[in-house]
Design a protein around this ligand. Structure first.
Ligand code: PBG
Length: 310
């Protein structure tokens, strides 16, 4: 009767890793219980999500190293892995919302989210143009929600303009607005095959973990440029940011419980050091308490099954 917050399946977005081939579920060692899925298996996962009542899935491609270039051209290939997966999912499970990642890192020989100049500088404005192209191709493939995770300046406005000019009025933008330069992305970089490629760090475009006021400025900017929803990433070390953003803007606010957070809970649970199920639910209700409307989490199918009573 006096419980203040409720966690429900409708709050969940399930991130999936897509790879080439068929009939493949390839385990990711640093993310126990998470697999890289071929497109047909991704469609099956989308069917599972729909049957559990999970409203949205989010796709991340594991790109063949041979397709990675300095110019990241594969990012806007209409036939790239992500775009093929979107079409296949939309044909088989039209009711699930498909979210994509808009960033160049899976296609970049340097492993960075932006284009890299010879001397190592990240080229903000050139990257923004590339991201708008990439976003448009994803919208054409049928994506419902675009998730720019690159942290370049000005990309939300550029993507919104590109969508409007092409008549894509119903595509939502969920901006990774407050994304920190974090050690907790380690397992994800293994999952998408970017750990080997990345030279240096992402600190010139991702946020300093010491900053909080900056998050308010970045979110204000992204909302004014046309973001529909905002995200804080990682989640658990940044619950104060979720609360400040929700209080300041009232916009639909999401947290990304990232790969390292997932790995910590799963890894400790596998060793019997914590009760994995309870830790999963406790970590997720924490996001609701901090003001989040929803959570991107690799636990999505597990928690949905639990909430369904099985
Ligand atoms: C990169 C991207 C990252 C994640 C989502 N998109 C990693 C990074 O910024 O290096 C991390 C997600 C996770 O750790 O689960 N565009």
């Amino acid at each position: 009767m006096v419980e203040e917050r409720v966690l429900s399946t409708g709050d969940l977005i399930w991130p999936l890793f897509v790879r080439d081939g068929s009939g493949l579920c390839e385990p990711i060692p640093s993310m126990p219980g998470v697999d890289r899925l071929s497109v047909d298996e991704t469609v099956r996962a989308a069917e599972t999500a729909a049957s559990l009542g999970i409203p949205a899935i989010c796709l991340f491609p594991y790109t063949d190293a041979a397709l990675k270039t300095v110019g990241c051209e594969e990012a806007w290939n209409p036939q790239n892995l992500t775009n093929r997966a979107i079409r296949a999912i939309k044909a088989a499970v039209p009711d699930i919302a498909v979210m994509t990642d808009v960033a160049l890192d899976p296609y970049n020989i340097h492993g960075h989210d932006g284009l890299v100049r010879d001397d190592g500088v990240i080229l903000n404005d050139e990257t923004v143009e590339a991201l708008a192209r990439m976003a448009l191709v994803q919208a054409e493939a049928g994506a419902d929600i675009l998730g720019p995770s690159d942290m370049m300046d000005g990309r939300i406005g550029a993507i919104r303009n590109a969508l409007e000019s092409a008549g894509h009025r119903d595509v939502a933008i969920l901006s990774y607005a407050a994304k920190y330069a974090s050690a907790f992305y380690g397992p994800f970089r293994d999952a998408v095959g970017a750990s080997g490629a990345l030279k240096g760090d992402k600190k010139t475009y991702q946020m300093n973990p010491a900053n909080s006021d900056e998050a308010l400025r970045l979110v204000a900017r992204d909302l004014s440029e046309g973001a529909d929803m905002i995200m804080v990433k990682p989640g658990m070390p940044y619950l104060d940011i979720c609360r400040r953003l929700k209080d300041a803007f009232g916009a639909p606010t999401f947290a990304y419980q990232v790969s390292g957070e997932y790995a910590m809970i799963r890894g400790a649970a596998e060793r019997g050091w914590i009760d994995g199920e309870r830790a999963m639910v406790e970590s997720l209700i924490g996001f609701k308490r901090a003001g989040c409307d929803g959570i991107l989490t690799y636990f999505a199918p597990d928690v949905a099954r639990l909430l369904a009573g099985g």
